[in-house]
Design a protein around this ligand. Structure first.
Ligand SMILES: Nc1ncnc2c1ncn2[C@@H]1O[C@H](COP(=O)(O)OP(=O)(O)OP(=O)(O)O)[C@@H](O)[C@H]1O
Length: 255
């Protein structure tokens, strides 16, 4: 296969007169587990949206402009075969009022359309994905009756159901308790070991990043550091990304 999982060349995104990202040059090898760390408004979600092939101009009102180039497995994100990329959005963006069952949500990831009738084979594949994230018992539950952590697992199962080569997660551990967070990493690492997939995960938890990620991308509108966690999370890099690194955050555990 040979191609890098993700490569960007002087990537920039501008919303009106606000430059959200500039000069982003990345080369991420297949099989990496990358934690994307940076302050609020650093452009982390914007970067993931570009890699998902979404047009940043369509995200909100106003003019947006993309410059430079992004490639996923050597191709423009929009040109990738369906199923190569999985995405788990932030829990807060999930619509729980939608009257659906967890199983239906997972099958919708398989079909990319709402499953009014679920075929036996689809049920089998979706149940396997739910089992993979320890959520088979949630299959028949309505979304509105799931906790934040349970909902997170259902969407993780949905993102895994087509066995993506690149999995992107936007703050998956937010609102999830410590056990749920440990489970999340366990499931991600197990999937990665089986499949060799590349994982990009936005997180505000430096400690978890330093424990679980193979690499850390420290971002503040441009790349501050992309390196092994112990290097990218050094005090100087964090100060450059966050400004003053005060006592509000626990110091990262450097192994
Ligand atoms: N569609 C849009 N229109 C205008 N501005 C936008 C749009 N999308 C993002 N922005 C702005 O771009 C900047 C980067 O946003 P983004 O959501 O990528 O940051 P983030 O690093 O993910 O932040 P957080 O940690 O708070 O989730 C922010 O200042 C945001 O307000």
């Amino acid at each position: 296969m040979g191609a890098l999982a993700v490569q960007t060349f002087e990537l920039g995104v501008r919303f009106g007169d606000f430059q959200a990202l500039y000069g982003v040059n990345l080369a991420i090898s297949p099989g990496s587990f990358v934690a994307i760390v940076g302050p609020n408004g650093a452009g982390k979600s914007t970067l993931l949206k570009v890699l998902l092939g979404l047009d940043p101009g369509n995200l909100r009102d106003g003019e947006a402009r993309l410059t430079g180039k992004a490639e996923v497995f050597g191709q423009a994100p929009k040109a990738l075969p369906p199923g190569w990329v999985g995405y788990v959005p932030q829990v807060k963006s999930f619509d729980r009022s939608f009257p659906a069952l967890a199983l239906e949500v997972v099958v919708s990831g398989l079909r990319r359309a709402w499953p009014f009738r679920i075929a036996p084979r689809e049920r089998e594949v979706a149940m396997a994905a739910l089992e993979q994230v320890g959520a088979a018992h949630l299959a028949g539950r309505r979304l509105g009756r799931l906790s934040g952590g349970e909902l997170q697992r259902v969407y993780l199962a949905r993102s895994l159901v087509r066995r993506p080569r690149l999995l992107m997660l936007d703050e998956p551990a937010t609102g999830v308790d410590a056990v749920g967070e440990a489970d999340l990493y366990r499931h991600l690492e197990a999937y990665q070991q089986q499949s060799g997939a590349t994982v990009l995960m936005i997180t505000h938890d430096w400690e978890a990043a330093s424990h679980h990620a193979s690499h850390v991308l420290l971002l503040n509108r441009t790349v501050i550091a992309y390196d092994l966690p112990a290097v990218a999370l050094c005090h100087e890099c964090l100060s450059r990304a966050f400004g003053h690194v005060g006592h509000a955050h626990s110091a990262p555990v450097i192994r």
